[in-house]
Design a protein around this ligand. Structure first.
Ligand code: 8YV
Length: 331
């Protein structure tokens, strides 16, 4: 008897078709967001799930879905999943690293540039009909990206790809902070230097956050850290909501302590802190860092192939390409 799987959100029809070659598939073409109870209901009798960052896979869900054997997330981040609980129950967890690195780095760089050069703030003004005379010498003046100091918090694959763009494309001095320094060869490849967090905050003209969300990165940028940043600096967050204290950021922007912020992720998204919506010097985007057609396909395909392999089917049976808790596979 073939396994049954749930695809939690609407995705590419041919990739659902690929899953159908191996499994009974329940998909969600309406793309309704499944709350915890509904998710548990739909997972009854299912061995696998292709999930997204929106669904919480926690101990309560695992206890209620004892047949579940594989959770294959579409996304490199997996803070929606209690991996320890999955491992304890022998549930394989996979994510989708690598395939989104360059696309997300492109986006992070674009958001940082839009923030530094006030692109959406000036567009909003233009659309309101406020551009009434040309040649105003200080009209939406921003800060330079080329030659500036780029600070990166979190130097994984995406952080490194952003560092390369800054160093080699824009002649930036690149500094980073990470749990531990990278090997010298990687630092040379990215032309980036390790600094402590205080130095990162003090010296970055443009600070970009690419650190995974965890209890230890919660509010890594809060009131105290914002006060350590350079006056005139910008802050860009493409990592996860909750890494920045959004209320503290809105205060820092309103008081002009930093120049501007670019946010793709928010605490409690898709709700946005109202104070962030009322400050002008901010660029806001709806969590689209990995959203190019090609990359979203690659992510869905990798997640589907991981699910096929994790449930013992296909050419990589038993060996999903990108496991998060490989220990479960070794059992
Ligand atoms: C996804 C992301 O859009 O990969 C990640 O961690 O945040 C995004 O690429 C998100 O995970 C939706 O599943």
């Amino acid at each position: 008897m073939s396994s049954s799987v749930l695809v939690t959100r609407a995705t590419f029809a041919d990739i659902v078709g690929r899953l159908r070659e191996h499994f009974d598939v329940e998909d969600n073409t309406d793309d309704a967001v499944l709350g915890p109870k509904e998710l548990i209901r739909r997972l009854q009798g299912k061995q696998g799930v292709m999930s997204t960052g929106t669904e919480r896979i926690d101990e309560q869900l695992l206890a209620a879905c004892p047949e579940l054997k594989a959770v294959c997330n579409v996304g490199v981040g997996y803070n929606n999943i209690d991996v320890a609980a999955c491992t304890a129950r022998g549930v394989v967890v996979t994510n989708t690293p690598d395939v989104l690195t360059e696309t997300t780095a492109d986006f992070g760089f674009a958001l940082m540039m839009a923030t530094a050069r006030r692109i959406t703030e000036s567009e909003r003004s233009l659309r309101r009909g406020e551009w009434t005379k040309t040649g105003i010498h200080d009209h939406f003046v921003g800060s330079d990206v080329h030659g500036a100091t780029l600070g990166i918090l979190g130097m994984g694959r995406i952080g490194q790809a952003i560092a390369r763009r800054g160093a080699f494309g824009f002649g930036m001095r690149v500094i980073y902070h990470n749990r531990s320094p990278l090997p010298a060869s990687v630092e040379t490849d990215c032309r980036a230097a390790y600094v402590d967090k205080a130095t990162l905050l003090k010296e970055a003209d443009h600070l970009i956050l690419v650190v995974p969300y965890s209890a230890s990165s919660h509010h890594a940028i809060g009131e105290a850290e914002l006060r350590q940043m350079k006056p005139g600096a910008t802050l860009t967050n493409i990592a996860r909501g909750g890494i920045v204290d959004d209320a503290a950021l809105a205060r820092a922007l309103r008081e002009g302590r930093i120049a501007a912020a670019g946010l793709d992720v928010f605490e409690g998204e898709p709700k946005i802190h109202p104070d962030l919506l009322s400050v002008p010097n901010i660029v806001l985007t709806p969590h689209i860092g990995s959203a190019s057609v090609r990359t979203r396909r690659a992510m869905a395909l990798l997640a589907a192939d991981n699910l096929i392999a994790a449930l013992g089917c296909g050419p990589r049976a038993g060996k999903p390409t990108t496991p998060v808790n490989a220990a479960v596979l070794a059992r």
